[in-house]
Design a protein around this ligand. Sequence first.
Ligand SMILES: [Fe+2]
Ligand SMILES: [Fe+2]
Length: 219
Amino acid sequence: MTAAEFVAGLDAENQAALRGLAPDATLKAEVRGALNVPNLLKVALRNEVEATEIAARWLVATDDVRVKMAFARQAGDEAKHFRMIAERLRELGVDPEAVDPLAGGFGPLFQYLDSLTTTVERVAAGQFTREAIAVVKNRQFIDFCERVGDAATATLYREVIEPDERYHHELGRSLLLRLAATDEAQARAARAARRTLELAEELQQKALATAGIHHAPGC
Ligand SMILES: [Fe+2]
Ligand SMILES: [Fe+2]
């Protein structure tokens, strides 16, 4: 399979799986979910720290200049999102300095991503797949913000954060088109993408079951 055929197939597979991440079940759960935008933005802060950290680790772990610059761009954007979300929390009356996003340590998805050792897996999992998940989750979060009347947060996500996450996904696509050139690279990339989707699904189910959290934004 050519890299282009592989990436098109992986994209289709991801999109099919992502339809399962946008479940109607979340709408039912919403009734009991004592959710509000500030609490979801606290979850977002944590996601942004983790996304910044993993991109920065991968930036120093590769000698490939294009890959380095892609992770550098991503790390910078995620850090920018962190700052914008912190500012929005402050406007909503929450002191972001009082929030420790890493109080519970790095989460399972971060740990998995950090365990990946090849660039093709990192790009497939951390950019191409994780950022595709983020786009779906952010669209759900924007809908949620609009339903509860928080136009400013919806605008922040619609105009800045979601387009950036989409760009990170596209960075992943362009790198994969070069890196997923052999059967072995394609097998590694596909495995890493699948595991990332599984973990995202598990984490979403767990957040729903334990904390009633749904519509948390992605990164
Ligand atoms: Fe991102
Ligand atoms: Fe982000």
